[in-house]
Design a protein around this ligand. Structure first.
Ligand SMILES: [Zn+2]
Length: 120
């Protein structure tokens, strides 16, 4: 893995990984250029989308993904109430059940993966 800037930012590491995966996939498909990369980002993955988009632009430079579009699909986490069993979507780990007011823990929402790439 390259780290051109020496920047230890979380999102930069992720962006470089995304570009690496996309380039490897595109090369296997004998593509010339990557137009678009679709990435699933879970609500509890800890990734800041704006930051990831900025880092993605930097990570693409000098690769076949240069100027590619980054499409982020936000995936909400799911919480289930420990008291009444009510299920709902959430963006945080600890939640209060909207039905009965008890604690509800979230699960899922940790997704961070390249879902699709569009190549020429
Ligand atoms: Zn409840």
């Amino acid at each position: 893995m390259k780290n051109k800037t020496g920047n230890a930012m979380h999102e930069m590491t992720i962006a470089v990984n995304i570009v690496d995966i996309a380039v490897q996939t595109a090369q296997k498909a004998q593509a010339q250029k990557i137009n678009k990369i679709t990435v699933e980002v879970g609500a509890l993955s800890g990734v800041v989308p704006e930051s990831l988009e900025f880092c993605f632009g930097e990570a693409c430079k000098g690769t076949m993904a240069e100027n590619a579009e980054l499409e982020l699909i936000r995936i909400p986490a799911k919480a289930q109430c420990m008291s009444c069993g009510f299920r709902f979507e959430t963006n945080q780990f600890l939640n209060i059940c909207p039905k009965c007011g008890a604690e509800a823990l979230a699960s899922g929402g940790q997704e961070l993966q390249v879902k699709a790439i569009n190549v020429d």
